[in-house]
Each structure stands twice: as structure tokens, then as C-alpha cells.
Design a protein around this ligand. Sequence first.
Ligand code: GDP
Length: 179
Amino acid sequence: AVEPGSPYRVVLLGGSGVGKTAFASIFAGAADSMDSDDCELCGDEVSDREIEVDGETATIILLDTWDAEKGDEWTQERFMQIGDAYLLLYSITDRASFLRASELRITLRRFRPARHTPIILVGNKCDLVRRREVSTSEARACAAVFDCKFIETSAAMQHNVWEAFYGIVRQLRLRRDSK
Ligand code: GDP
């Protein structure tokens, strides 16, 4: 059970190039972004941070580790098991990444059959309007089928990125409070 005040492990999932690193950089604070770009083993990169959501402090441990393309099966399974919540990213400019997100959702369901693991489907790069390949309405419908929340973000414009983290914390608290 998640006690009030104990850290939440949030895992970033998604195909290559969708913006996971950009998300993690914003989360960690822009100053760290250079280091993480250099690091081949970002596999083990973990950052944690306290954020205030609705007047209450939450600690998030963000795991931006597993590259869906390169990761071996063992690593994949490990990440599917350890998260308290998941941000499932795709790029609105890349339909293949949207399909990848669907696959990941299905895999996640195998590991997390319980319905209350918070998941947010995140359509990133919404600043690239002319290159959009996945419509908002399609993604929202998909999120409804997936039984998860949905948000569009732009890491480049720092738009809605924190809202995604706040949304995760709110869902985790709902789950905590209903226990
Ligand atoms: P990762 O492979 O999922 O970690 O993806 P990255 O965070 O490395 O992002 C891949 C590329 O997309 C980089 O060149 C980023 O600068 C760019 N990128 C990430 N998020 C956005 C966004 O919201 N808008 C735009 N225009 N580019 C982005």
C-alpha cells in the first residue's frame, strides 16, 4: 500500500524519439539535461523530486530508463512491475509511435491486471501542428478504451508537461484515499 508521503515511482514508457528524455529533463530541471544526453547508460538514470499538487507535497521518482526498442525482455518486465504509475508517450507526428503505445498498453495490462494502476496516455509534440498524424479525438477514444487518462503536451514548449505529472499524482492519491 502507498502511504501518504511515500514516494511514487512513475515510469516513462514509449517508442524512440517521442520525447521521454525531454520529459525527464523538464522534470529534473533543465540544468541536468546536458548530462543525461551524454549518458549511454541512461538506462539507470533515476531522478526524484518533490512537487506540490493541490497544496500537498508529493515525491516522485521518475524512471526514464527503458527504451522500448532496445530494451531486452527482462528489463521490460522489470519496468512493467515496478511502477506505481505510467506515462505512456507517443508523438502526435508519428502514427507508428501511437501504435507502439497501444502495444505497450496491452503488455502493461498483462503485468498490471488490476484496473487501478494510473496510466496517462500522453500525445507529445503538439506544437508540431502541421505534422500531426494522430488526431486528438482518435487518441481520446483510444484512451477511453485503454481505461486511462489522456493529455496532449509539448515538451519543446513546456506545455502541459507538469500537468501530466500533476494528473498522475492526483490519480495516485485517489487510489490511496479509496483504500
Ligand atoms: P526519446 O527517445 O523518447 O527520449 O525522445 P527525446 O526526448 O530524445 O526526443 C526526440 C526528439 O524530439 C529530440 O530532438 C527532441 O528535441 C524532440 N522533441 C521532444 N519533445 C518535443 C516536443 O514536444 N516538440 C518538438 N517539436 N520536438 C520535441
